[in-house]
Write a protein that binds this ligand. Structure first.
Ligand SMILES: Nc1ncnc2c1ncn2[C@@H]1O[C@H](COP(=O)(O)OP(=O)(O)OP(=O)(O)O)[C@@H](O)[C@H]1O
Length: 198
């Protein structure tokens, strides 16, 4: 179980972005999160994944599988999520042992492994980032506008593959999106960020 209890957060010098946010997710659960632009969804995702510390409140995560953080984030802009000076092989290898089945599932070609991130398209690089996330063997994944910049056919194919693995491994998944139809298709439970404020 991932539990965020009474989280407050403010960026330095700014008024509080949010106060008293409470959220929980079980492993294997798939939850959609919507909310006004600028309300703090991405910031909250960073807190859950350990990139930011809350000003008040606590995060507790029951299960830890390995050395990597048990909550892994997949960002909207993959080019900002990787070291541009590292070849794809190194980017993936840092997360865990490169697994050929994963490369096949996400249609990652062997020749890409020797390229740098800017030598892949946005969609290709996003698939690399998804595989990197899975190689870290997370208990929870947060996908923050993960497929917003992809064409509809690629979106469907990526979500089908990722959800198959998420279900196989009973990973908990929080999907942040403004796309109501996408969330309705993927999630039984859809929350708005306002509903998390208690
Ligand atoms: N590093 C930062 N320093 C100061 N303010 C920031 C920083 N990062 C984000 N903010 C501000 O915090 C607020 C919340 O941003 P955040 O990205 O968490 O919102 P969001 O709900 O994910 O928005 P969107 O739906 O548009 O992606 C915004 O007003 C943003 O300008």
């Amino acid at each position: 179980m991932l539990i965020a209890k009474s989280i407050d957060y403010y960026y330095e010098g700014a008024t509080p972005l949010f106060l008293n946010v409470t959220f929980s997710m079980r492993e294997g659960e798939i939850i959609g999160l919507m909310g006004k632009s600028g309300s703090g969804k991405t910031t909250f995702a960073k807190i859950l994944a350990g990139y930011e510390q809350p000003n008040n409140g606590a995060i507790s995560i029951k299960q830890k599988k390995g050395n990597a953080h048990p909550v892994q984030l997949i960002w909207q802009h993959p080019e900002q999520a990787v070291n541009p000076k590292w070849r794809i092989k190194k980017i993936l290898g840092e997360a865990g042992q490169i697994d050929q089945r994963m490369l096949n599932l996400f249609k990652i070609k062997k020749e890409w492994l020797d390229r740098f991130p800017l030598q892949l398209s946005g969609g290709e690089l996003q698939r690399v980032c998804i595989v990197r996330c899975l190689l870290a063997n997370p208990s929870y994944i947060i996908a923050d506008e993960m497929t917003t910049m992809l064409d509809p056919i690629s979106q469907v194919s990526i979500w089908e593959t990722l959800l198959q693995i998420v279900k196989e491994r009973q990973i908990g998944m929080l999907i942040i999106s403004h796309d109501k139809l996408l969330l309705r298709r993927l999630c039984k439970k859809i929350l708005t960020f306002d509903q998390l404020v208690h």
